[in-house]
Structures are given as structure tokens and as C-alpha cells.
Design a protein around this ligand. Structure first.
Ligand code: EPZ
Length: 417
């Protein structure tokens, strides 16, 4: 499958933002801890969500997906092993480790494969679970975890504000004996969404969104009805598409407080950005200007997931933009493909220097990862002529029917063999 994009046209229109991939995934993992019915709204239809549902079904939960609603019948789990084929569908399945361990006292998962963004170890996850009393051994790439007497709350100082490790620790300590204090916790909005979901099920979590999260262990969790937050990276992607095509796009259901760092950069590039309660509009009617330095940081800094899409914009800005990718080791794999479209980019380690060109050239390009694929999509929208984008399964992991959403903004895009 590929996307065939006829670029060089201004985007124009209004679009509702999908639910957040990086919030629905840990919330689905949290269902392992629940007893009762969970009804989730605003769930994006993504292959990663499908993978998470497959894991829940494998563990013994009943799951129904109906459009953007997911209903989970949580009745405890009848196995604690996630087989390799299910683990390797997505790296973030490691977030099932904490809840499975907390719910059943054991967990066996295969080490999540590294992925296109670099090695992506899980040492911070493992040291946190060990602090809660888990015995964890790594045999032939399988992680075998036991907590015979259950998990016991304690203070856990994260070496790095890892999003996944914060989520895993929050999930594991929800049913632990006593209180857990996580310091240097990740502050991403998805952490707050997960805590809100868990509290709606009866958990006692305070401080989510700050660097110190306090979880008071409870006996058990019930079910609840919950709406997933809007996807801030999808929002950033569509607003950047408005800038790169010198168009006018309004997003409904987007929360500007989740992407203030991205909005500041779009304004710096010369876009006019206007915000209402749950609506963001980006309008750009001239060639954007360079954004100087863009450094990825843990929230509330500039999000690493928006680095690739913003690089496509920088590629056509007037002037030079320097990127510093501080979160992942290998997150410039889209650069080679952008260069094939005429971009002038040089990378050296964590740094990428982008000298803007007037126009990119249409080409046949291949996605290397999810957000790199989004960057190629934006570049193809801005380049005159017809571009083909291959390996689009990467994009489908994080954007639900991206071609329909962009077509609603008057892009000419086709999903074809
Ligand atoms: C989450 O990944 C997101 N994924 C990523 O989004 C996002 O880029 C990342 O957070 C940072 O915001 C989901 O939420 C499903 P981390 P995660 O643990 O949890 C290192 C996308 O495109 N690290 O904060 O894996 C790690 O190698 C995806 O939607 C350790 O060294 O991110 C990385 O360099 C991509 N040891 C850095 O920390 C650990 O134990 C950030 O990782 C854990 C992480």
C-alpha cells in the first residue's frame, strides 16, 4: 500500500482531532487492574490500539470496539504471559508489565524489541518495579517477574522522567500495599489522563502532571466510563500542515495547553494562531520563516514526537533552523528521505541543521517510523507534483485514516496499491 499525494495545494478546512494514541494505550493496559465494565470514548482507530486489544483478549478480558467507543469487561486476568508475537507488535506494550504483575503476582513478557528510534531500554521500568518488591529475571530475552507477597509501596526516584516508566510504576502501585511516591515523574498530559482514568475507577492518585506523583494503594479497582484526551501530536501535525502549505486549518477538540511549545514555534514561523476553548486555528499566507533552534525536551518542553513534522516545515522556511533531539538516540531517520525531496539538511549526532529551500520536490519516498512518516506526508503536501509514500503502515500506527482527515482539508491524497 502507498499514499499518492498531489501536492502544492493550500490546505483549508475544519477537522476534529482524534483521541490520543499515547493515552488510550496505557488506559487499555490499566483495564487489567479493574473489575467491572469500562466504557471508553474518543478512542482512535489505530493499529497500535488493535495490538493492545489483542493483548487484553489474550489475558482473558472481553473487549468490543464500536467506532470510537471501546467497551471492556474486566474480570481479572486468567494468564500472566504476553507472547512474543503480541509483544513485538509495538514497543509500548511494556506498559502491560506493571498491571499484570499487580493483578496476578506474576508476569512474563518478552523484552520489547528495540525500535526504529534507537535501543529504547526498559531499565528504569525494571528498577522501579524491583523497588516495589518484584523479583525480575531476564532469561533468553524473556522477562520473568514475580511478586509472591504482592507489591509494597515505597519512594521511587526515576533516573529520567520516562513516560512509560512513570505509567508502569503508577499502574503497578495502584493496588500495592501502602503508599508510593514517584519523584522525577514524567509530566506529559497523557500521565494526567491515565491518573484521571484510574481515579475514576477508584484509585487514589495525586500529583499527576507534576514531577512528584503520590499513589495510595487500594484493595481493588472498579470500572468506569471515560473519554480519552485529544491527541496533541496529531493536533501539532495538522497545524504544521497548515503552515507548510500556507493554508488555513481549524482543529476542533484540540487543547492548546497541551502544545504551547508547538504553537509558539508556528507563531515564530509567521503563522497566525488563534485559540478558542477547544479549538485552534493556524493560518499562514506567506513563506514561513526559520525557527532558529528547536530542542526536544520532556513535557512541557517541545515534544520529540513533533520534531519530524516540524523539520518538514523548517525545510521550506526562509533561513536556517537547528534541531537538537535530546530524547531519542536515532530519531533523524526521515532526514534522508526529506533530502531526496530536495531538502538541505545536515545531521551530526543529536543535531540537525536545516537550511530552508523555496520548494520541496515531489518524489517516491519510504516511511521509516511513525512520526517520520508524518513528516514525509507533510513534505509531499507542500511539494508541487505527485509524490508516492511507501511503508505507510508506520503512519497507520498513530493517525486514524490520515488520508480522509487531510482530504477533509482539501488535500488530494489517495491510499492505493
Ligand atoms: C512515550 O514513549 C511515547 N509512546 C513516545 O511516542 C514518546 O516519544 C515518548 O514517550 C517521549 O515523550 C507512548 O506513550 C506509547 P520514554 P516511551 O520512556 O514511554 C529512554 C510516538 O511517536 N529510556 O519517555 O517509550 C528511552 O530510550 C511515540 O507516539 C531509558 O533509557 O518514552 C528514550 O531515549 C514514539 N530507559 C527516553 O528515555 C527506560 O527504562 C524517553 O523514553 C525508559 C526510557
Amino acid at each position: 500500500m502507498k499514499f499518492r499525494i498531489n501536492g502544492g495545494k493550500r490546505l483549508n478546512g475544519v477537522l476534529k482531532v482524534q483521541g490520543a494514541k499515547n493515552s488510550i494505550l496505557p488506559i487499555l493496559a490499566a483495564c487489567v487492574l479493574c473489575k467491572g465494565e469500562v466504557v471508553l470514548h474518543n478512542c482512535p482507530k489505530l493499529s497500535d490500539v488493535g495490538s493492545a486489544i489483542e493483548i487484553l483478549v489474550h489475558l482473558g478480558l472481553k473487549v468490543e470496539q464500536n467506532g470510537e467507543d471501546i467497551r471492556v469487561l474486566c474480570r481479572g486476568i486468567n494468564c500472566c504471559e504476553v507472547p512474543q508475537n503480541l509483544m513485538h507488535q509495538m514497543r509500548s506494550s511494556v506498559v502491560f508489565l506493571g498491571p499484570i504483575l499487580a493483578a496476578s503476582g506474576c508476569a512474563v513478557i518478552s523484552m520489547p524489541g528495540g525500535c526504529e528510534l534507537g535501543p529504547r531500554p526498559i531499565d528504569i521500568h525494571i528498577s522501579a518495579l524491583r523497588r516495589l518488591g518484584a523479583e525480575i529475571s531476564d532469561e533468553h530475552g524473556m522477562l520473568r517477574c514475580k511478586a509472591k507477597n504482592g507489591l509494597v509501596g515505597t519512594q521511587i526516584d526515576l533516573l529520567f522522567p520516562s513516560v512509560g516508566a512513570t505509567e508502569n510504576t503508577m499502574l503497578a502501585s495502584t493496588l500495592a500495599k501502602g503508599t508510593t511516591v514517584i519523584t522525577n515523574a514524567a509530566r506529559e498530559p497523557e500521565i494526567v489522563d491515565l491518573a484521571n482514568f484510574l481515579n475514576a475507577c477508584g484509585a487514589k492518585i495525586k500529583g499527576a502532571g507534576s514531577s512528584t506523583v503520590v499513589i495510595e494503594g487500594v484493595k481493588e479497582l472498579g470500572g468506569c466510563e471515560y473519554s480519552v484526551m485529544p491527541d496533541r501530536i496529531a493536533a501539532a501535525t495538522f497545524l504544521t500542515a497548515a503552515a507548510i502549505t500556507r493554508g488555513d486549518v481549524t482543529l476542533k477538540g484540540a487543547r492548546q495547553e497541551d502544545i504551547t511549545s508547538v504553537l509558539a514555534l508556528l507563531k515564530q514561523a509567521g503563522c497566525s494562531v488563534s485559540v478558542k476553548s477547544d479549538e485552534i486555528r493556524a493560518l499562514c499566507d506567506k513563506r514561513p520563516s526559520a525557527m532558529n533552534i528547536i530542542k526536544t525536551l520532556p513535557y512541557p518542553g517541545f515534544p520529540t514526537d513533533a520534531q519530524a513534522p516540524l523539520m518538514s516545515l523548517a525545510a521550506v522556511c526562509e533561513g536556517t533552523t537547528m534541531f537538537v533531539e535530546t530524547i531519542f538516540e536515532n530519531r533523524y531517520r526521515h532526514v534522508g528521505e526529506l533530502i531526496r525531496m530536495g531538502a538541505d539538511i545536515k545531521t551530526e549526532g543529536k543535531v540537525a541543521v536545516v537550511n530552508g529551500v523555496e520548494r520541496l520536490k515531489s518524489a517516491a519516498v519510504t516511511c521509516t517510523d511513525l512520526r517520520g512518516g508524518a513528516a514525509l506526508f507533510l513534505a509531499a503536501l507542500s511539494a508541487d507534483g505527485t509524490s508516492d509514500i511507501y511503508s505507510i503502515e508506520h503512519i497507520d500506527r498513530g493517525y486514524q485514516h490520515i488520508e480522509k482527515d487531510f482530504a477533509a482539508l482539501s488535500a488530494e491524497v489517495l491510499r492505493t496499491e
